[in-house]
Design a protein. Structure first.
Ligand code: TTP
Ligand code: MG
Length: 383
């Protein structure tokens, strides 16, 4: 049976969230600047600002030159987090098979819901209406039989769009599109494909499988399947994060030792805090250094015993920094910390921990999901 998969993405999310509380900004060029810790870049631009050539990732200074009449707003992440939670809760009301991808996008598997809600198209309209009513934000929805086609469809129909690719139409839909529209084809892969004379998804789809394998390995095989509209991936809640990281880009490149140490220390504190919040401990600590010439290195070390103590993380990170600075003393533009190989409460309990403990753990996990995505998001199996 064909599946019905939605990909739902909010339009100009950060900007729309600002316009929702300041309706006077609707219909105007508005730009939300990103994390002040990164050098000022555009995080989100309203559709009215885009014809001026403004896009995410562009330096704010350039955006100001291109569109001086735009309203510039500093990102307010708490506001976006809250809107995102409401958005996910609305989706979870329609199907428990939800897979959030970021703050403002998610897949939803609505196979078998026709009886309840009518055609997939009608269901998508209901979802769009609720998002609009409750968040005052427009969303674009792609409907298809698999994830990759749904995602491309939502991208193509933005803003406030709805695009349904009927079962069997996947191939014809994908054929003429630029290869860069395929999720996973970034700058590097895009350029490599161009060198091979591949510009469209259709051309990628018809390449010989051995050619793809030789050039891109198993990643290429997956890309080619997607290019053919074949994508069996299920819609599922993502696993727990495998690492936690923090980084900072300096306003000016620096090799000042105390300054670097102090920043590293603060990043370690933040990472430690997040570990404790998640009830996790890390077995591995890594640092990332980016030099003025953009060369980036990472150095990592395993801990004898998993830890979430600031001091342990900080000491290890400082040792790694010491070694790296001894090897190269040129100024840095960015420093970062990452902890990985995370272990949770489960590893601390023995294999034979009681049934009650297991149930408590399950409850905690379910609580977290409900808090995040609304009470109807999950049901226990077997019932
Ligand atoms: P996107 O969905 O990629 O962008 P968007 O919602 O602003 O616009 P579109 O209508 O094209 O979907 O990203 C969602 C939010 O994530 C975006 O509003 C801001 C944030 N973001 C960044 O902070 N930095 C970035 O480089 C990108 C791409 C997004
Ligand atoms: Mg978006």
């Amino acid at each position: 049976m064909a599946r019905f998969i939605f990909h739902i993405d909010l339009d100009a999310f950060f900007v729309s969230a600002e316009q929702a509380i300041a309706p006077g900004l609707k219909g105007k060029p508005v730009i939300v600047g990103g994390d002040p810790r990164r050098r000022g870049v555009v995080a989100s631009a309203s559709y009215e600002a885009r014809p001026f050539g403004i896009h995410a990732g562009m330096p704010l200074s350039q955006a100001r030159r291109l569109c001086p009449q735009a309203t510039f707003i500093q990102a307010n992440f708490l506001r976006y987090r809250e809107a995102s939670n409401k958005f996910m809760a609305i989706l979870a009301d329609f199907s428990p098979d939800i897979e959030p991808l970021g703050l403002d996008e998610a897949y939803l598997d609505v196979t078998g819901y026709q009886e309840l809600y009518g055609s997939p198209r009608e269901l998508a309209l209901k979802i769009k209406t609720r998002i609009h009513k409750e968040l005052d934000i427009t969303a674009s929805v792609g409907i298809a039989t698999c994830k990759v086609v749904a995602k491309i469809a939502s991208d193509l129909c933005k803003p406030d769009g709805l695009l349904e690719i009927a079962p069997g139409e996947e191939h014809a839909f994908l054929l003429p599109l630029p290869a860069a529209k395929l999720p996973g084809v970034g700058k590097k892969t895009g350029e490599a494909l161009k060198e091979m004379g591949i510009n469209t998804i259709g051309q990628l789809a018809s390449l010989h499988i051995e050619t793809v394998k030789r050039r891109f390995g198993s990643f290429g095989v997956m890309l080619q399947q997607h290019a053919n509209g074949i994508d069996e991936r299920k819609v599922a809640m993502p696993g727990e994060p495998k690492s936690i990281s923090q980084q900072i880009t300096f306003a000016r490149d620096t090799s000042e030792r105390h300054f670097l140490e102090a920043n590293l220390h603060r990043l370690c504190q933040e990472v430690g805090q997040e570990l404790r919040r998640q009830d996790k401990r890390a077995e591995c600590v890594a640092i990332k250094l980016r030099y003025a010439d953009f060369k980036t290195i990472t150095r990592q070390v395993s801990l004898k015993e998993a830890s979430n103590a600031n001091q342990v993380i900080s000491t290890k990170a400082s040792e790694l920094l010491d070694t790296a600075l001894r090897q190269r003393r040129t100024p840095l533009r960015l420093i970062g910390v990452r902890v990985s190989n995370l272990v949770g409460q489960e590893r601390q309990l023995s294999l034979f921990d009681s049934e009650t403990e297991r149930l408590v753990r399950l409850d905690k996990a379910l609580d977290r999901i409900r808090q995040k995505y609304g009470s109807k998001a999950i049901k226990l199996g077997g019932g």
